[in-house]
Design a protein around this ligand. Sequence first.
Ligand SMILES: [Mn+2]
Length: 344
Amino acid sequence: MSFDPDAPANPDHLYGLPFTPENARVVLIPVPWQATTSYRRGTRGGPRAIFEASLQVDLHDLEVGDAWREGFAMLPEDDVVRAWDHDAEGDALAVIAAAEGDDAGDGPADIVIELALARVNALSERLNEHVYAETKRLFDLGHLPGVLGGDHSVPFGAIRAAAERHPGLGILHIDAHADLRVAYEGFTWSHASILYNVLTRIPDIAAVAQVGLRDVGAKEVAFANADDRVSWYTDPQIQRSLAEGTPWIALVREIIAGLPDTIWITLDIDGLDPALCPGTGTPVPGGLSWGQVCVLLAEVGASRRIVGFDLNEVGPGEWDGNVGARLLYKLCGHAVRSHRGLRT
Ligand SMILES: [Mn+2]
């Protein structure tokens, strides 16, 4: 291969790498979907922002080395997904406005809203089937799949495909929110319900470790307490432990100890400090620093098998894309390295 990793990037390929989705080990599925976004919109532009920023990332990484040599590539954005997102958006905005307007009743307007809600839920189900089929196809071809949202409702189908292939799958979930709500604002497939849907609809999920939580509802606390597969490492708990002198690496090892060998990582970028994701959908003060999330991902990669991952809620801005591209590079690299000597 005549590829020079230190030369300026080829702007047609993710990170400027000499790979295509056919020959790359890690294949990313961009999903420009934000229909159920409840606060700030724009995460449908996340995959594009990440792709553009990826061209500025130096290939040799001080943690994952030259893992890129196994190949990272992104599929093109699917026009069908764009069309579904466009179709769902108007209906979703009407549902959200009605939910916030508090004018509940049985009048004709409520029937209009119910129909709009049904259309959004139906499009979400089509999206889930699409992401499931794409992820299954990549698994069948021997690739390691990664999903790029969009809002955090996006990876449901991918996690379903991963759990089918790897019964007893564990999930590392990094997020400011627990995402354990039942049908938030009426949307069955809300970004705020992704882990509820994973835990209640997908068989054979062995354990879920939720890290960085700092904005949760009382019903989510009750749900987590009642399901012994769910472990919480909230931001206040983490900050308290660090303040009392516990090293971050000790907390990281405690988080990982509760997870099985085979792992899916679902990462909402709002789990990080909002300085790292200013354009995300629902930013919350606090969260993991860049260094903390890097150590966590490195330790997971060193001690578990990462069979796939998703990265969601990256905003469309240049800095959001920059952080997202670098986080994605770590995810790809650690995922590849976690399989050294193994094939899924
Ligand atoms: Mn989330």
